[in-house]
Design a binder for this molecule. Structure first.
Ligand code: GCO
Length: 454
């Protein structure tokens, strides 16, 4: 077993989580800037106003990435940095930042992968109804055009939306994320439909205007299941669990993936959601299902499933004391084999793991280093399972570790550390964690060292 020769090893981040400089360079406020000011919205009242100060330190940060030997770096563009009002006048200084960043990344021999939307909607657009406004997909197309015009002479890898389920569900249903709304389900699904349309229109804009031939992907949140045993009935049950819509909420795969990859909303969802489902035209579904080049999978954890009565999927509770990350997320490496396999079978789209990682309780030890054996073990298990998926015929061409550095974990502030690089927020010092040194070996050996004890 081994990884394909051309396999790409990367790491990821997003604008609001690392950039800081939230009021600099002509940037307009995003919904996250305003949300963080709300009392009690974010852990300990923290915000991304400074974050990792990457906006000022990007050269050093890219230098560290080069040191790790990253082959690709996935980052996102802040919409309100490019268009402070969301539409209209382009902020040249904002674009200039990404222009320099992209050059720096190339100079380090790393390939940039650009995410267009990682949740920081311009506040000005929120005031006009945000994703509920029927014009929102056109706004996104306009923004995409501005970015493509500037960067597509170098950037070839594009990701439209990151995890629509998460920003829609947490941002517009529970109010735990920006903009903190609590919409009724019908409106929520309209937000979802507009976001899907935005994805489709962005794909059209990139195809039409990109200078270099683009590779375009979409990175929904992956709701993953794996079978309790390798028996056929459990496998069938796990597959069914992954592709069934069983509740009036956003936490499913097919509502967010079938429109993009199959051009239609899933029947069971339409039936269950009934009058709450958005009305749409065939033309809109064609826009949403523009051909894309890869399917981005953000994989963190999954459900163990067995065949219950009559083969019906039954989620199996994890045993007491099961492995958990610092976030208390279960450690379930099987997802990288089974989850990816199920996606491949259903959608037949080349897969890129756009995120995978864990939060850990990391600190700088007396020896000056950051020892994070859990992260190494977690990643090793997931990559071995990924290798198994590839051996089973699943087309996976790249892996991005989340995250390249510790950062602002949304409503959890700086409580959770996901990075390969440790960030001391008091002085912005960076330390490569043991996992970064280990990942360097993984990259250098194209995954061969995964079979050796670290
Ligand atoms: C997500 C986002 C990231 C998070 C990461 C850890 O997947 O939710 O893309 O911004 O930081 O996933 O929760």
């Amino acid at each position: 077993m081994s990884f394909p020769k051309q396999f790409v090893w990367g790491a990821a981040s997003s604008a609001y989580q690392i950039e800081g400089a939230s009021k600099e360079g002509g940037k307009g406020p995003s919904v996250w800037d305003t949300f963080c000011q709300k009392k009690g919205a974010v852990w300990n009242g923290q915000s991304g106003a400074v974050a990792c100060d990457h906006y000022h330190r990007y050269k050093d940060d890219v230098g560290l990435m080069r040191g790790i030997g990253l082959q690709a770096y996935r980052f996102s563009i802040s919409w309100p940095r490019v268009l402070p009002n969301g539409v209209g006048k382009v902020n040249a200084r904002g674009l200039a930042f990404y222009d320099k960043l992209v050059d720096e990344i190339f100079a380090a021999n790393i390939t940039p992968w650009v995410t267009l939307f990682h949740w920081d909607l311009p506040h000005a657009l929120h005031r006009r109804g945000g994703w509920l406004n029927p014009d929102s997909s056109d706004w996104f197309a306009e923004y995409t055009h501005a970015v493509v015009a500037k960067l597509s002479d170098r950037v070839q890898h594009w990701i439209t939306l990151n995890e629509p389920q998460v920003f829609i569900s947490l941002g517009y249903q529970d109010g735990r994320h920006a903009p903190g709304d609590k919409l009724p389900f019908k409106k929520l699904l309209q937000v979802g439909h507009n976001a899907l349309l935005a994805h489709g229109k962005a794909v059209q804009v990139i195809r039409k205007h990109a200078t270099l031939r683009p590779q375009i992907g979409y990175a929904p949140f992956a709701v993953l299941s794996y079978p309790a045993t390798d028996g056929a009935a459990d496998i069938r049950a796990a597959r069914q669990d992954m592709f069934t819509i069983s509740g009036k909420h956003c936490w499913n795969n097919t509502w967010w993936m079938d429109p993009v990859f199959k051009g239609r909303y899933p029947e069971d969802g339409l039936k269950l959601f009934g009058k709450d489902a958005p009305s749409f035209t065939q033309k809109e579904m064609e826009t949403i299902s523009q051909p894309v080049d890869f399917f981005g999978v953000n994989a963190y954890m999954g459900n163990k499933v067995r065949a219950g009565k009559g083969g019906k999927p039954e989620r199996v509770p994890l045993p007491v004391g099961h492995d958990l990350t610092a976030f208390r997320w279960p450690v379930t490496p099987e997802i990288m084999h089974w989850g990816l396999r199920f996606y491949w079978e259903r959608y037949r789209h080349p897969i890129v793991v756009t995120e995978n990682g864990m939060s850990n309780i990391d600190w700088v030890a007396l020896d000056g280093r950051v020892h994070d054996p859990q992260r190494i073990d977690f990643t090793r298990r997931h990559l071995l399972a990924l290798e198994r998926a590839i051996a089973a015929g699943v087309d996976v061409s790249a892996y991005f570790h989340w995250s390249v550095m510790d950062n602002f974990e949304w409503a959890d502030g700086y409580k959770e550390r996901f990075g390969l690089i440790y960030v001391d927020y008091s002085n912005q010092k960076r330390v490569l964690k043991d996992s970064a040194h280990w990942y360097k070996q993984v990259i250098a050996t194209n995954g061969k060292c995964l079979h050796k004890e670290p």
